[in-house]
Design a protein around this ligand. Structure first.
Ligand code: PMT
Length: 396
């Protein structure tokens, strides 16, 4: 329920992607938002108002002269109570009208009379998107402070392929949730490691661990929501990359270290969430080890570089945040790691809670002492960690 209590005015314009707006309304309601739908006349040719009425639980408006609004002020009343006006899909024609300040139907008058942010999710044929007129209109809208969601790239209803698809309803929800988060890290660059590493024994076998990447990905999402430019260096996991986050996929600890050291110079914050293998096989076999008795009796291991310690030891390091997953004596071991790696903040969690699940319990250890974060979904904890990081950045 990450949009609990939020009031969304949803405009739907005419385009085949209008059918996806029905799913969008369902997801908005599921996240706790209240949704007031207004459709253009063209949109009603693709999906009927009855569909949106059933999903939103509210009457749908299509006409600025709708007699249900007693004072005939639909264009003002419908958006005045909204926290945001979201238009999805937003057709080329609608965007052109808004760019030029036209108000010749209910939705465009709503846009002009609003006193809340406007977010639009364009949807059109790729040639229409690339047309110089559309480019000019989009530039005007961005200049006017309108937030653009997409468009995405891929197959289009017309049979062509390219830029112009409406982004998926789940992505729109993620952007909306981000929209309402405080911008505590605006202008900051955050580098994060997440997931396990995989250390090869032979071409098909290796040493790894049970990190799912969920904690690190949640922190990447929370930092991005807080306005940071986020780079996520990820070990092998099966998670989608959070919206607006740039992901670099790596496998081994040494690849992770190279990827981090390559990017760290520009970073304000480094958060090491990855469960990096401390050791790797000294001599991985070039070919698959056969079950014919030729396998070595033991695998010799060598120590991996410590990425976090290396970053913290740089001449001008970013604010370094480490993680410690322990099975006992969390405070003692976490503080010991914080001192050993010479970092200002370490986040302790117990292994049976931290690894794999959607929830966690954290304790933050820094120079001010301990800050326990009670059990919660990883994304909630990640937002609280981001708030603590913002405080430490202020103090630097
Ligand atoms: O991915 P999930 O399933 O959501 O699980 C999350 C998690 C439990 C993996 C995560 O919350 C966590 O605790 N990660 C750190 C695991 C750990 O205990 O790491 P460590 O004690 O080996 O290392 C301490 C710190 O040094 C960590 O920040 C680690 O990223 C870093 N490190 C460790 C070794 C190494 N070679 N390089 C490093 O950078």
């Amino acid at each position: 329920m990450e949009l609990q209590g939020k009031r969304i005015a949803l405009g739907v314009t005419g385009g085949i992607a209008a059918y996806k707006a029905a799913e969008l309304v369902r997801l908005l309601i599921k996240q706790g938002a209240s949704v007031q739908v207004a459709m253009t006349e063209a949109a009603t040719h693709f999906v009927t108002p009855v569909t949106f009425q059933a999903l939103s639980g509210k009457p749908v408006f299509t006409d600025q002269w709708d007699p249900r609004i007693a004072n005939n002020m639909a264009h003002i009343d419908l958006s005045r109570e909204a926290d945001v006006l979201l238009v999805a899909p937003a057709s080329a024609d609608f965007l052109a009208k808004v760019a030029h300040g036209l108000a010749d139907d209910l939705l465009t008058t709503l846009v002009l009379a609003r006193d809340c942010p406007l977010l639009v999710a364009p949807a059109m044929n790729r040639q229409m998107w690339e047309n110089p007129a559309t480019r000019r209109n989009i530039a005007t809208l961005c200049n006017d402070g309108v937030t653009l969601l997409g468009p995405g790239c891929g197959d289009q209803a017309c049979g062509e392929s390219g830029l112009g698809r409406m982004i998926e309803p789940e992505e729109i929800i993620a952007v909306l949730i981000a929209h309402f988060q405080p911008k505590l890290l605006a202008g900051k660059r955050v580098l994060i490691t997440a997931g396990p590493t995989f250390e090869a024994i032979d071409p098909v076998r290796g040493i790894t661990n049970l990190s799912s990447g969920k904690m690190g990905y949640a922190i990447a999402r929370a930092a991005s929501e807080a306005g940071a430019e986020v780079t996520l260096v990820s070990g092998p996991v099966s998670l989608p990359c959070p919206h607006d986050v740039s992901r670099i996929d790596v496998s081994s600890a040494r690849q992770m270290r190279d990827a981090v050291l390559h990017r760290v110079a520009n970073s304000d914050v480094f958060v090491a969430v990855a469960a990096v293998a401390d050791y790797r096989p000294a001599k991985p076999a070039g070919q698959k080890i056969k079950k014919d008795g030729s396998a070595p009796a033991a695998i010799e291991l060598v120590q991996n570089p410590d990425i976090l310690a290396d970053v913290a030891a740089l001449p001008n390091p970013p604010l370094c945040v480490g993680f410690a997953a322990e099975s006992e004596k969390l405070q003692e071991y976490a503080e010991k790691k914080r001192r050993a790696k010479k970092i200002p903040l370490i986040v302790g969690n117990l292994i049976h809670q931290g690894f794999g699940g959607d929830n966690n319990t954290l304790i933050l250890f820094d120079d001010d002492g301990q800050h326990p974060l009670p059990p919660a979904p990883k994304i909630e904890l990640a937002r609280q960690l981001v708030a603590r990081i913002a405080i430490l950045l202020e103090k630097r």
